[in-house]
Write a protein that binds this ligand. Structure first.
Ligand SMILES: NC(=O)NCCC(=O)O
Length: 384
């Protein structure tokens, strides 16, 4: 049941709860209800033909006298790897490009302005194996690699901002590998890149074997549709990482991820949603789907028998808003595109109500965290 047998929490609730209770449960679990978007029939048909789920929701803000609504549509894509992991590298990458091309076509029909793919989307999540070849062959330049060129074409064709998380090889600087997200503007120009700041060392997530902790800080990208940032996967467990993107002005923070049920599924609905609340911004949590099987057995020094897969990636991508409301999650088992319409005015409106930006004691925390990082610090513990 923990794997692919359980479709989604929402389906389960809808199946088993009477309507009146269902509404109350949803109010408590998801906050203010998000309006279902009326998506074009042609888009729904294309998604059905392409065998992926398509859902759309809108978050509304109050009307203001001096600012027009600042509505933007974001698209979150979750998917399986279409070919077995032992297929030649270029074939796998090409198959993923074709898959994304079809999904982005549907996103364009739904009026999506900014689309984000899942973490390391051009490859199987092979970092469990600790083998170098062929997995490092999926790494490519963030400036002019084949995937960036592909994303530039998509951006130009659809006038869409494309956020493309890839394994990056920086050939100008010692061939170092990074876990990177490239932001391509709607004009097709590369706006910039950001790198994963925190690398997991938990279970089979042996990612530190492959790439280094990001060295680009917390960049925020001013796109035509709003200010965005990308907090890659494991960074979502670090509240200060979210905070720094928000301090730098992000209105939407994407969290492209790859995580499995046994490890994190109970944390998933909490972390990105809490970050949206704490930082008065929208957050977009994206996770891959399915089970990826690797040719050779591996272990991770935790006493578990040698195995050939990570476990089950549970999808469940969702968007959370600054007022704590959130969309239902996409399926746990299927590829999917989640379209969410956001009114970015909600960020400042909620900030004015709750005032976390105003009441946060950042200087005090900064002094405290600096002190705690000094090596000879004696922790300040008051004892009886
Ligand atoms: N990709 C990645 O960082 N996964 C780590 C596991 C998790 O953060 O849930």
């Amino acid at each position: 049941m923990a794997g692919s047998g359980f479709e989604s929490l929402e389906q389960c609730l809808e199946k088993h709860l009477p309507l009146a209770e269902l509404q109350e449960v949803k109010r408590l679990l998801y906050g203010k209800e998000t309006r279902k978007l009326d998506l074009p029939g042609a888009a729904l048909e294309a998604a059905s033909r392409g065998d992926f789920e398509l859902q759309g929701y809108a978050f509304e803000a109050a009307a203001e006298q001096q600012r027009r609504p600042r509505t933007v549509r974001v698209g979150l894509v979750q998917n399986r790897t279409p070919l077995p992991a032992d297929t030649p590298v270029v074939k796998q990458v090409t198959a993923l490009h074709r898959r994304m091309e079809a999904v982005v076509e549907v996103a364009a029909m739904c009026g999506v302005n900014i689309i984000c793919f899942q973490e390391a989307w051009t490859m199987p999540f092979a970092f469990c194996t600790r083998e170098k070849l062929p997995w490092t062959e999926f790494a490519e330049s963030a400036e002019d690699g084949p995937t960036i060129k592909f994303c530039q074409e998509l951006a130009r064709k659809h006038g869409m901002v494309v956020v493309s998380p890839v394994l990056e090889r920086d050939s100008d600087h010692g061939d170092v590998l990074w876990n990177t997200a490239v932001v391509v503007a709607s004009s097709g120009a590369v706006l910039g890149k950001t790198r994963k700041n925190h690398i997991p060392r938990v279970g089979d997530f042996n990612e530190s074997t492959y790439y280094m902790e990001g060295n680009l800080g917390h960049p925020v990208f001013q796109t035509q549709f709003g200010r965005i940032a990308v907090n890659i996967c494991y960074g979502r467990h670090h509240p200060l990482n979210w905070l720094m993107y928000s301090i730098n002005g992000a209105e939407i923070i994407f969290n492209p991820s790859a995580t499995i049920g046994a490890l994190s599924e109970s944390l998933w609905p909490v972390e990105a949603r809490n970050a949206a609340i704490a930082n008065h911004c929208f957050t977009c949590a994206i996770n891959r789907v399915g089970r990826e099987h690797f040719p050779n057995e591996f272990t991770s020094g935790d006493g578990k028998k040698a195995h050939q897969d990570f476990g089950y990636f549970y999808g469940s991508s969702y968007v959370a808003a600054p007022d704590g409301s959130r969309t239902p999650g996409l399926s746990r088992t299927r590829d999917g595109l989640l379209v969410a319409e956001l009114d970015l005015n909600l960020c400042r409106q909620v900030n004015d109500i709750w005032g976390f930006k105003m009441t946060g004691r950042y200087e005090m925390y900064a002094r405290g965290t600096c002190r705690s990082c000094q090596t000879r610090l004696h922790p300040k513990i008051v004892k009886e």
